[in-house]
Design a protein around this ligand. Sequence first.
Ligand code: NAD
Length: 489
Amino acid sequence: MTRVDIAGVKVPTGHLIGGERRAGAASLGVRSPIDGTPLAEVPRGGAEEVDAAVAAAREAFPGWASLGPEGRGELLDRLAALIRERVDEIAVVETHDNGSLIVGNRRNVIPRGARNISFFADWARRRLGGEVVEGKATRDHVRYEPAGVAALIVPWNAPFMLGTWKVGPALAAGDTVVVKPPEWAPLTLSLLGDLALEAGIPPGVVNVVHGIGEEAGAALVAHPGVARVSFTGSTETGAFVAAAAGRNLVPVSMEMGGKSPFVVFADADLEAAARTVSRQFINAGQVCLAGTRLLVEGSIADRFLEMVREETARLPVGDPRDEATRIGPLITPEHFRRVDGFVRRAIEGGAEPLLGGGPHPFGDLYYRPTILGSVSQDAEIVQREVFGPVLTWQTFDDEEEAVALANGTDYGLAAMVYTRDEERGMRMAEAIVAGTVWVNCFFVRELASPFGGARRSGIGREGGTWSFDFYCEVKNVSVRRGSFEGGTP
Ligand code: NAD
């Protein structure tokens, strides 16, 4: 089996189908965004490999489902323990692969991957007993049954965390899975396949097919043998994915792009707000839920801008392997050109760079944290997701205007509101269309709470019962009581 060495960690590069690693005829080169170093070649799978992986997952399904929540939970706990043991190794591979910060990967992102698995193993133990509803004429036993094979599609900005966030509930519910890792950063999910086997999860329960979205991804989401499609990625791709799954009438869970407003009122704790604004640049802004549209009450705008500039200046741009770095590279030259294109067009159209506004000298894929002012609500830079370290700056005079600006895009993933007035915080939270509104905080994601987007940011929610129920088929077994035989009692 082919493996590559990433900073001392041996990473498998083949597809994983029915417990076997497979190479492919064509391959895809993977380069590190840190400095362009070639890291690996992964096979470029397509319909044939997807067929084989779905067949392997279908074959493994009855055995996995029949283990029940206890049997599966034991193996999932082992997988979570292996991830915990290997946090440093997985973190270093993720950092090389997608340029995310080593410090964040070690402390938060990879440990969260382990929790994504163990949390849902526990959830299944509690939930799969089902519920009983005492009706007038029947006793209803509500059963949560495994749905079948789940197709899981993940983006490159946090593949391990987002992959385990799907794999955890799917496996706990009793589904088997075919994972399509992101072609720009496929290595940690390739590693997850090995960890699953090492934990004793039977071959065929976790399958991994590498390849590009339009080939392997498209074949997987359109496959008639799949019972659930869970997708995280851009809104544009999501529309194709939902349409393909729709043709087979397969339920979808869609986590897509965002253009989240970050609203700051004059009465807010401005220091805390400015610190949090600067955190929107972390991971070079390649974070779906980042508050990329700053909406600031006019009376404090000048002072607040100075505070944001000071906070951002404290964030070193550089090599993400360095513990002190807070802003690393963009993922690929192609993505870099996309981000820079948005900024250039905005400036040509009259936007004023209040901070940054172009490439950073540290290296080819590094970009200055950028804030663009003098933008109108209908400008491309305000309406479209950039997915880089680029924020827009608008001011408002009152709550009503803040709400209108906040809701003035097609997205609805998240929003942040900073104010000391609790009632205003709640009024804003009610008025803003979004899956999550953070009041005086940011990025807190409890595993049991729903996460997802409204409007063009998503369909459905992930987290707790929302994830778990998605991977189950809910069945009601209605048993007669007494003499009642049918119809309305
Ligand atoms: P993308 O849509 O280009 O790709 C996402 C995944 O879909 C990749 O694995 C890709 O190979 C696959 N894919 C592409 N075309 C496909 C097709 N036709 N059929 C099936 N699969 C296909 O997104 P990206 O550039 O990898 O990631 C960035 C995007 O992801 C941003 O829009 C970001 O906001 C979003 N995102 C959302 C969340 C969330 O939870 N809402 C989290 C992280 C990222």
